[in-house]
Design a protein. Structure first.
Length: 128
């Protein structure tokens, strides 16, 4: 009898668990843009960094990022789905910090939140 009471108490929590969010196929594509120029201060001097081309390819369970000549690959997890965007948390191989990417549901664009001091980058979907 005690087991039945325990099951009745636990079942509402199990039923209300969040379902897995899946990224629609139309958002899996290659996006291109530029990382705007910015300044980076060190203990001795301020270094100016020129704008750099960036491309991000999002596939089913993988992500490729190319910033200038640097190529990274990794995986992503959908953290949140809002009415107008998806928020991805990308874990890149060989990189300590994760990247945050917003995929807008309208407009065929994404935004990459660069690691400090890199500014936010807007990328547009590349036509095939």
């Amino acid at each position: 009898m005690k087991w039945i009471i325990v099951l009745i108490l636990i079942s509402p929590f199990a039923l209300s668990a969040q379902k897995e969010i899946k990224l629609k196929r139309r958002y899996m594509a290659k996006y291109e843009g530029v990382v705007p120029a910015y300044s980076m201060g060190s203990a001795l001097e301020i270094v100016d960094v020129d704008e750099t081309p960036i491309s991000i390819t999002i596939g089913k369970g993988f992500i490729y990022t190319t910033i200038g000549d640097r190529k990274l690959q990794g995986t992503y997890e959908i953290m949140f789905e809002a009415d107008t965007y998806y928020l991805l948390d990308a874990t890149m191989t060989g990189q300590l910090a994760n990247e945050r990417i917003l995929i807008y549901k309208r407009g065929k664009k994404i935004s990459r939140d660069g690691m400090y001091p890199q500014p936010l980058s807007d990328l547009k979907k590349k036509r095939r």
